[in-house]
Design a protein around this ligand. Structure first.
Ligand code: NOJ
Length: 585
């Protein structure tokens, strides 16, 4: 009997039937395995999650009321997009006080309550650490601009240039226009990679770095589980040489940061690294180097952007290329380092709209995308609403947009001669606001998000796409996510196994094999809305447990696949080693 020794495993995870009865959440943690390698993250964009006080903007108290929902989903930690004091020029990614909470979101007291309430449910809170830049309203910047002799002057990056010459043109801002803006009070230009209201910090200044580490420790001492580090590959910049991303000092700074903040703490640190390559990803995330636990890399996003207009003119996703990208990254971090797995976040379009089908096969394609991603090696991140298959905003009028980047590029591109219709098509595909419409809890008023007027429009498809409807459906998207999140905790092959693409050049099937000792997991997905077939080679043929639906399944010869049909079959021999979970920080 092939499966008899696996009764421990399948006694608790028999697919499609209630599945995950593991209470600890870490039943199959291997000895010495960091907790964040078996956990799944969930990103909350606070303004759009749940509004408890009716002002139309989500808040921390609202998140607390939804913790049981997240516990049911099975996540291990929340990446909380910024809730700090901020003038909100970039929705909180412009911080004016790192140790205060934006009153719109709550108070420090309610933040402490969130940390404690989450912890009692086995969920860690991962704060967004935005330290490449501050708000122009941060006291450091106010002091810096006010006086050339202030110790804070050197906390930022300045250039003296006569105003008559106009802004230096050597570097451009990610949000459009030059990366230098003149500050009249300072009498100089300051550097900002993002909006003009987000001046970049000067990481070459040791006092500034010490202040940042002090602030990080203050948060860690409050009991958070770690940090998601915003634009962290930019902190080692050398702008005199025109180097912004992945600059010469980024690794020494990160090592210094780890030593100054994390000693003995079992933190999760995840860096946002748009400049990631397979080589530097190992440098960032090899545990022996003490920099970051893992990184977000964006190859699968940027590969399908236009060479001139970038995200504003997105290209169709080519499946063999996409598969090649994932295979490349699975290989790059196979033995050293670790990666985050994600389709979407608050800066990207909705996964189902970008890679799946937001129409007829919305549910099927959302489940397919979840399965293909979550059965790879890495730590998966679910962006709020993805677990019910939320889709892009579908805005048709520029007045509906709120995002500073979208609004800046609208001005720039229309002034540059692009037609309104072309820009709007690009924005409908890729504007960051696609991910920022309110979470759809119910089919009711404002999707159950707020009793007030939401700060950004609610997607009209809330009538059918909402938590209440999807979660109650045993074949819905939520139940698939819940299953996959549970399977990761239970099956070391998902967390540790080798990875190999199957039928790498197949134009419509995403298939791969995972191996761990003698165990083997085969994942096969039709990535399209048309029926297709896949011929397995004699080596690939197998019989095993159907981990998505329960029961035994034989895969052999030619497989016919329905639109977005997804199969995952496990042949397991070795019993799973079981270790006690570490206490959650
Ligand atoms: C990356 C964040 O994810 C994005 O939302 C923000 O605008 C920039 N960094 C600047 O902080």
């Amino acid at each position: 009997m092939i499966f008899s020794r696996r009764t421990i495993l399948f006694g608790v995870a028999s697919a499609a039937t209630g599945l995950i009865s593991d209470k600890s959440g870490y039943a199959a943690l291997l000895p010495n395995e960091p907790w964040w390698q078996s956990a799944t993250g969930y990103q909350i964009y606070p303004a759009s999650f749940f509004d408890s006080n009716g002002d139309g903007i989500g808040d921390i108290a609202g998140i607390i009321t939804k913790l049981d929902y997240l516990k049911d989903l099975g996540i291990g930690f929340i990446w909380l997009s910024p809730v700090y004091a901020s003038p909100m020029a970039d929705n909180g990614y412009d911080i004016s006080d790192y140790q205060a909470i934006n009153p719109t979101f709550g108070t420090l007291k309610v933040m402490d309550k969130l940390i404690a309430e989450a912890k009692t449910r086995g969920i860690g809170i991962v704060m967004d650490l935005v330290v490449n830049h501050t708000s122009d309203q941060h006291p450091w910047f106010k002091a810096a601009r006010a006086s050339r002799t202030s110790p804070y002057r050197d906390y930022y990056l300045w250039r003296d240039q006569p105003p008559a010459k106009g802004a230096p043109e050597d570097l451009a801002s990610t949000f459009g226009g030059p990366a230098w803006t003149r500050d009249e009070v300072a009498g100089a230009y300051y550097f900002h990679e993002f909006a003009a209201r987000q001046p970049d910090l000067n990481w070459a200044n040791p006092a500034m770095r010490r202040d940042i580490y002090k602030m990080m420790n203050w948060w860690l001492d409050r009991g958070i589980a770690g940090f998601r580090m915003d634009s962290i590959d930019l902190i080692g910049k050398d702008i005199a040489k025109g180097i912004v991303a992945d600059g010469p000092n980024v690794h020494p700074y990160l090592q210094e940061m780890t030593a100054a903040t994390q000693g003995g703490r079992d933190c999760i640190t995840v860096g946002e690294v748009w400049s990631a390559t397979p080589d530097n990803a190992v440098l960032y995330s090899d545990p022996a180097r003490h920099e970051l636990a893992m990184i977000f890399q964006f190859d699968h996003v940027t590969r399908f952007w236009d060479s001139k207009l970038g995200k504003w003119k997105s290209q169709p996703v080519d499946l063999p290329t996409l598969k090649g990208i994932f295979a490349k990254w699975q290989a790059a971090l196979a033995t050293k380092g670790w990666t985050a797995l994600f389709w979407g976040n608050h800066d990207l379009p909705r996964a189902v709209s970008r890679y799946g089908d937001p129409g007829q096969y919305r549910v099927e394609s959302a489940k397919m995308l979840a399965t293909v991603l979550h059965l790879m090696k890495g730590t998966p991140y679910v962006f709020q609403g993805e677990e019910i298959g939320m889709t892009n905003a579908g805005f048709t009028d520029i007045k509906q947009y709120r995002d500073v980047e979208t609004l800046n590029f609208y001005q720039i591109q229309i002034a540059g001669g692009e037609s309104e219709a072309d820009f709007m098509a690009g924005a409908r595909a890729n504007s960051r606001d696609n991910a920022r419409t309110p979470m759809q809890w119910t089919s009711g008023r404002n999707a159950g998000f707020s009793r007030g007027r939401p700060w950004i429009g609610v997607n009209p498809n809330k009538a059918t796409v909402n938590v209440a409807a999807d979660r109650a459906d045993p074949n819905g998207v939520f139940q698939r996510y819940k299953l996959l999140i549970g399977l990761r905790k239970l099956l070391p092959i998902i967390r540790r196994g080798g990875f190999r693409l199957v039928a790498a050049q197949h134009p419509s099937v995403f298939a791969y094999e995972r191996t761990f000792g003698d165990d083997r997991l085969l994942v096969i997905a039709n990535f399209t809305g048309k029926p297709t077939s896949l011929a397995l080679t004699p080596n690939e043929v197998m019989t095993g447990q159907d981990i998505l639906n329960g029961g035994t399944r034989s895969l052999g010869g030619v497989l016919n696949l329905q639109p977005y049909e997804t199969i995952a079959v496990l042949r397991a021999y070795a019993p799973t080693p079981v270790a006690a979970p570490p206490p959650l920080r």
